[in-house]
Ligand binder design. Structure first.
Ligand code: ZN
Length: 77
């Protein structure tokens, strides 16, 4: 009976750990800048969450945006 309870607690811990690890991975994957196979750096538009090539991105206040509209929206928040 006690062993069964310990087993359930262990399973719950593993599930919680797996969910936390998954969420942390998803978050860091969103935040890290990835590169295309050609080696071109991609930057994340914080307004619409879209990756844009760095040379095509619009740099405003330390952030990269896909368009002037996104930059305006983000900076007006
Ligand atoms: Zn955008």
């Amino acid at each position: 009976m006690l062993l069964r309870l310990l087993f359930i607690v262990l399973i719950v811990y593993i599930v919680i750990f797996a969910i936390k690890a998954y969420l942390a991975g998803a978050r860091s994957a969103k935040r890290t800048r990835s590169a295309t196979p050609e080696g071109e750096e991609m930057v994340l538009d914080p307004q619409c969450q879209t990756y844009v090539p760095k040379r095509e991105a619009i740099m405003q206040a330390g952030n990269y945006f896909c368009s002037q509209e996104c930059a305006k929206l983000f900076l007006s928040r």
